[in-house]
Design a protein around this ligand. Sequence first.
Ligand SMILES: Nc1ncnc2c1ncn2[C@@H]1O[C@H](COP(=O)(O)OP(=O)(O)OP(=O)(O)O)[C@@H](O)[C@H]1O
Ligand SMILES: [Mg+2]
Length: 354
Amino acid sequence: MILRTADISCFRNIKEAHLAFSSQLTLLVGKNAQGKTNALEAIHIALQGKSFRNAPDSDWFSLTHPEGISLVAKVLSGSDRMTTVEHHVTLSPHRRSHRGPKIPVIVFSPQDLSLSQGSPSDRRKFMDATLSLINPRYEKVLKQFQHAVLQRNHALKDPRLAHTADSFTPSMITSGLYLWTIRRQLLEELLPMADRIHGRIGHGERIGGTLKYGGCDVPVKTEKEYEDCLRRRRADEGLRMMTLVGPHRDELLLTVNDFPISLYGSQGQHRLISLSLKLATYHLIQNEFGFRPIMLLDDVLSELDPDRRHALLQMISEPGQQTIITDTEARNYDQLTPIIYHVDQGQIVKVGGV
Ligand SMILES: Nc1ncnc2c1ncn2[C@@H]1O[C@H](COP(=O)(O)OP(=O)(O)OP(=O)(O)O)[C@@H](O)[C@H]1O
Ligand SMILES: [Mg+2]
């Protein structure tokens, strides 16, 4: 899959932009707060139908041109067929529409480098985002599960409704068990892969991890085990007025040489394990689809030391890899000759490359 062009219209501080991409490396260079990440976000929405920033679509409307957002991308598929994917949002009435298949794309930003140091919910989001890319059903079931927990919590919080809480339990168990099964399968593949990558770019330490099942002491593999665990915590749930058992309370415990990194990890170890996990995700998606996902690197190179930067650049130098990088300055990208765009106050102008 090669992203050929993107047309961005009335998105955040970008009024109109037309970008034509290199099949290898395209740079978006500019000072802070000019619209580089906005452009990446727009590209991601066109390709995936959603943003990688945690912002509602009401924030996407341009403050100066709020009439309607149009994001259109043209993608060349393996069989040389051009596919158009597009996302449109109107303000009044507030409507969103997406056309075209979801195109695999991986975003890598400085926040990803604190994945291991962040909260348990950051690691849950990481698992969810990875799985949503490779398994469309996962995203659907995740929504069903969240909805069931929301309704159940609502009932638990209201003494008049408390007796209805258990009517939401069966759908929570069915969807929750699916999420646990798929997360377990993901980690069985992802963690050894991350360990191998870490072995290449790290200092000889082994990394690993275990999934601590939310609210349970042991892995939950059947509906019966889920029910048993729920029964043990039911009184507690009544007292605390919330659902205490389920994947929404999972913790992915990461280890370095079998020691929990949350207790003993240095800053550098955290960054390295986070980078290894993210690169493992990339390989996983590549294995899954049989081609390399488009990579969006937002400001990440300036955050890495020379060895890690080299590891990342090596990966994007491989044939067939398309990457778009934002940076505040154009660097030396080894043998790659990028197409370069300059981003200034939302204006995106080509300044170099073929
Ligand atoms: N809805 C919006 N309408 C208009 N302007 C917006 C909107 N949302 C954000 N902006 C503007 O976009 C700019 C930030 O863009 P962006 O986050 O892409 O910056 P950047 O070039 O990536 O900067 P940095 O190098 O600091 O990451 C800010 O000037 C902000 O005011
Ligand atoms: Mg930015």
